[in-house]
Design a protein around this ligand. Structure first.
Ligand SMILES: *Cc1c(COP(=O)(O)O)cnc(C)c1O
Length: 492
């Protein structure tokens, strides 16, 4: 075969000139940012970072620069960006299920950026990745022997879990869906409550089942799936020849933090020969608390679980995790298959004598990413710092915040509690006379976020607009909880 050679000639100095990046001490570049880190934390605690106005960071031209500005300019502009900051990590930001990294996690992030490289090959960070996976499973109570992998977040974790469910459901019918696709297979569905996170629907779309394959079974009026309705729907769909791919139990809904009756769902899924997946992106960390554990009864019967360390464990964004009980099935669903560029590179006689003697973990075949940072190092750092006892203390503190907020709302005639907190989410509203109460509460929420350090989010509870406060931020204090109520009363 006569393959064409590369064309074009370079200037003579290309060959022995320096790299354009300034590769001086990383420590001094990071050190130059340290004052900005502390300024950010001070300005973001109990105070109000304003909305970002473009141009605050010196150069935001739309055109790609032709000439580079150099390392010092980058560090100076990063310092400006750090000071302008993001309110997600603020002590009063209780919106969505988002928070910033703890100090230990930020340090771990820096360590990974400098020396963590890749999650593969046996090296220190690879070992911590494995430890992080193992500790997280022990914390949440996943069965020993399950296979797990870190992902970019709950979205891809749900995709992987439901991909394993899809593999299983069609294998039951003699079909290998990951090898052959779904052409000619019978219709398939996934069952969940109306409060299932939309990433379940997107996973169904990506897996070729279609968003509409997610059946939103009716709820009990308190945020949980109605088990009778689930049972009935599975029975009638099976009579119609539809393949039940998975039943999803939510261990802490995004709207109100309700935990589905997991034990009952487990029984129903088994009876109908459907995979049982638990979406615990937010809530499963709370299963570590002996006091809260009974709420999660039955979760240990699931076939797959997800949990997001970047939520309650505050690792900083970009860390989800998925666990599948049957590791071989997990691999069949996600394996890449043979690749010449990897095969034969590894293999040592006994102990690896170089970091390149082994691939390390087998995670490439358990998810949708090959290269990835060792995200488990962040999980390791958080659990190493605080231990199980520390995590339980944080979760219980946050749930106590939610109960305290609910009590204060109940005691205020001008406020109305819309959902009793099961975990650390509280949904409430200000009472307004007449119609237009939903719009008035939406306006109140906007003023809170604009004028006060308190930034809840919103949702709809049984048709009513709700101000929604979610406690997962380690930096939040009781003063922030009381401050929110006081601000709502003042502005309402
Ligand atoms: C947050 C969340 C997700 C999605 O996770 P991301 O990390 O945002 O992708 C899925 N399910 C539930 C219940 C969640 O709360």
């Amino acid at each position: 075969m006569n393959c064409p050679a590369a064309e074009g000639a370079f200037a003579a100095d290309r060959l022995d000139g320096p790299d354009p990046a300034d590769l001086r001490s990383v420590g001094s570049a990071l050190g130059a940012l340290f004052p900005a880190f502390d300024d950010y934390l001070a300005a973001n605690t109990g105070a109000l970072l304003p909305a970002y106005r473009r141009g605050t960071v010196a150069s935001e031209p739309l055109d790609l620069p032709i000439e580079g500005a150099g390392l010092d300019a980058v560090v100076a502009e990063l310092a400006a960006a750090v000071r302008a900051g993001c309110r997600i990590g603020a002590s009063g930001a209780t919106c969505y299920i988002n928070t910033g990294a703890t100090t230990a996690a930020a340090a771990a992030q820096a360590a990974v950026a400098v020396a963590g490289g890749q999650r593969y090959y046996p090296h220190a960070f690879n070992a911590l990745e494995s430890t992080g996976l193992h500790w997280l499973a022990a914390l949440c109570g996943f069965p020993a022997g399950s296979s797990g992998v870190f992902t970019s977040g709950g979205s891809s974790a749900n995709l992987v879990a439901l991909g394993a469910a899809r593999q299983w459901a069609f294998e039951q019918r003699g079909l290998d869906a990951s090898a052959l696709g779904l052409a000619g297979t019978p219709r398939a569905r996934i069952y969940a409550s109306p409060f299932a996170h939309r990433t379940i629907h997107r996973a169904a779309a990506v897996l070729g089942l279609g968003r509409d394959a997610v059946v939103e079974v009716s709820d009990d009026g308190c945020g949980h799936i109605d088990p009778r309705a689930l049972d009935d729907r599975l029975a009638s769909d099976r009579r119609d020849g539809i393949v039940p791919v998975a039943v999803v139990g939510i261990a802490g809904t995004t709207d109100t933090g309700a935990v589905d009756p997991l034990d009952e769902i487990a029984g129903i899924a088994r009876r109908h020969r459907a995979w049982f997946h638990v979406d615990g992106a937010y809530g499963l960390v709370a299963a570590a608390s002996p006091t809260l554990r009974p709420r999660f009864r039955g979760m240990e019967k699931a076939d797959s679980w997800i949990v997001d360390p970047h939520k309650w464990l505050a690792t900083g964004l970009g860390v989800g995790a998925v666990y599948v009980r049957d590791g071989e099935l997990h691999r069949r669903a996600f394996m890449e298959g043979h690749a010449s560029y990897l095969e034969g590179s590894f293999g040592s006689d006994g102990q690896p004598s170089s970091q390149f003697d082994s691939f390390g973990g087998d995670w490439a075949d358990l998810g949708v990413e090959l290269s990835a940072p060792p995200r488990g190092v962040l999980v390791w750092a958080v659990l190493r710092e605080s231990g199980r006892r520390g995590v339980v203390a944080r979760v219980e503190r946050h749930v106590a915040f939610a109960r305290h907020l609910a009590e204060r709302i109940r005691a205020e005639p001008r406020l109305e509690l819309l959902a009793d907190p099961e975990l650390s989410i509280v949904c409430f509203r200000h009472r307004y006379e007449g119609r237009g109460a939903n719009q008035a509460n939406a306006a109140l929420l906007r003023r809170l976020r604009r004028e006060t350090p308190f930034a809840p989010s919103s949702t709809v509870v049984n048709g009513t607009f709700a101000i929604r406060s979610c406690y997962i931020n380690p930096r939040t204090t009781l003063a922030d909880v009381d401050g929110l109520v006081d601000a709502v009363l003042r502005l309402g």
